[in-house]
Design a binder for this molecule. Structure first.
Ligand SMILES: Cc1cc2nc3c(=O)[nH]c(=O)nc-3n(C[C@H](O)[C@H](O)[C@H](O)COP(=O)(O)O)c2cc1C
Length: 130
């Protein structure tokens, strides 16, 4: 069964573009191996990530990522079965969310209580609006 997990977390330090890119390169290698696709957004020490794939693979990737010392307060917004992937062509998309119209000044963690905005945000990214 295909599932998606979306979580938010707080980074322990400022991730510059170089560090983010290194994380993305490593993630793409691992995720390709495990059939995981998704998106990682970063803004002002906050992450939001979508992980999609087979249930077992996504659960194990999520557990692994959760234990990464570089972030804390890792909290799933939702975990649910999906009919098809939202990011089929991304082993891990990466974006800085500074320009997001959905977010404006809201912290990413706000999205925990607002699933509709999560989808809007992902849609914005997909359309290339950020
Ligand atoms: C915010 C965040 C998102 C991450 N996303 C992924 C990911 O999508 N895939 C992945 O393999 N590793 C991801 N990582 C890195 C993993 O936590 C871990 O460092 C990496 O998989 C290497 O693990 P290993 O040293 O056990 O091979 C992420 C880390 C952070 C902090």
């Amino acid at each position: 069964m295909l599932i998606a997990i979306v979580y938010t977390s707080e980074s322990l330090f400022d991730f510059d573009m170089e560090t983010l890119k290194a994380l993305m390169v490593q993630s793409r290698v691992n995720n390709t191996k495990h059939g995981i696709t998704g998106l990682l957004l970063y803004r002002e020490r906050e992450f939001i990530q979508v992980l999609e794939g087979e249930e077992e693979d996504v659960n194990s990737a999520y557990q692994h990522i959760k234990n990464d010392f570089r972030h804390k307060r890792v909290e799933a917004i939702f975990k649910e079965p999906i009919e098809r992937r939202y990011f089929p062509n991304w082993s891990m998309g990466l974006c800085r969310a500074e320009k997001s119209a959905t977010l404006r000044d809201r912290p990413l963690s706000d999205l925990k209580y607002d699933k509709i905005s999560v989808y809007k945000l992902l849609h914005e990214f997909k359309r290339g609006d950020m």
